[in-house]
Design a binder for this molecule. Structure first.
Ligand code: R5P
Length: 294
């Protein structure tokens, strides 16, 4: 059965529908000191439980609740627990950038192992380096094709170019553009590791005048990267800009800023439930689950 965590209730229900199994909700109480308490009322004995819970902000409490739900399933007699964590928080902390820092995603991977996880599915994890710290069967599935299919169906694109706001995301842009049969490239972005300030080179490697742009990123967090990229693209006289991302973890204030920055539309997947998370991951996740279970 699917155990739909509080951060991914709708997605859990959709996955259960796809797999034609029962979806069980989790009762959550958060106390005045911030502690969470989870309760699952269904009979889980000898069941394979698929725990669906994204660890978007507030990352720490959503993450802690994920571990609690998994432990609770095992305590209630589940024969196996498979974790589905569509947005994997902490994946950006996949290396030491400044001396004295911790590779936090490695600790996260260990914690999943500690609570008994042997199979985990995540979606477009920030880097394959982050995935390498998981020493059990951790599968990363890509939503890029379904994002591209959404764009083809809904945006009526004219001469599109797919652009990644940084070169680190170039493989995603390449995969997306293959679906559109269009050019792609990455902007030259740099981030000051101490202040967090972002700068992007204004000169682009391709003329984008009068082209529709798909500005594609794995995640939008503060919105700083995408806003800077939009500013540069507009200066370079593109036609329309469609912002697409897998994980829209930004707050409402930054989202409004992006929507009001002169773009045509912003669309994300439902790894994070938002007003514009129109691309449903349940089909892709169900396929991956089916492969693990068969
Ligand atoms: C960076 O490598 C990522 O792909 C995103 O571009 C970045 O994490 C977005 O963060 P923010 O919205 O805070 O600039």
């Amino acid at each position: 059965m699917v155990v739909s965590g509080p951060s991914s209730l709708d997605l859990g229900n959709s996955i259960a529908n796809c797999l034609n199994v029962k979806s069980v909700p989790v009762d959550l109480r958060v106390f005045s000191d911030g502690e969470s308490k989870v309760k699952i009322s269904a009979d889980l004995s000898n069941k394979i439980c698929i725990v669906v819970q994204s660890t978007y902000p507030p990352v720490d409490s959503n993450f802690m609740q994920t571990l609690m739900i998994i432990s609770n399933c095992y305590n209630a007699g589940a024969s196996e627990v498979i974790a589905v964590v569509p947005y994997m928080g902490y994946a950006r902390q996949d290396r030491v950038f400044l001396e004295g820092e911790l590779i936090t995603i490695s600790l996260i991977a260990n914690l999943f192992e500690c609570v008994g996880i042997k199979n985990l599915i995540t979606v477009d994890i920030h880097s394959l380096k982050a995935l390498s710290y998981f020493k059990f069967n951790a599968i990363n599935i890509s939503s890029i094709c379904i994002l591209a299919d959404y764009a083809i169906k809904n945006f009526n694109l004219d001469n599109p170019i797919v652009i990644s706001p940084d070169v680190g995301g170039i493989d995603r842009a390449k995969a997306f553009s293959k679906r559109l049969n269009s050019p792609f490239f990455g902007l030259n972005k740099s981030r000051n590791r101490i202040t967090g300030d972002i700068s992007i080179e204004e000169k682009l490697e391709m003329d984008i005048t009068n082209h529709d742009i798909i500005l594609l990123d794995d995640m939008i967090s503060s919105g700083g990267t995408i806003l800077k990229a939009i500013e540069i693209l507009k200066k370079n006289n593109c036609r329309r800009i469609f912002v697409m991302c897998v994980h829209l973890i930004t707050d409402e204030k930054s989202l409004t800023k992006i929507k009001e920055s002169g773009i045509s539309e912003i669309v994300s997947t439902n790894s994070v439930p938002k007003s514009c998370s129109n691309v449903d991951l349940s089909g892709e996740i169900s396929k991956a689950l089916y492969n693990i279970l068969s």
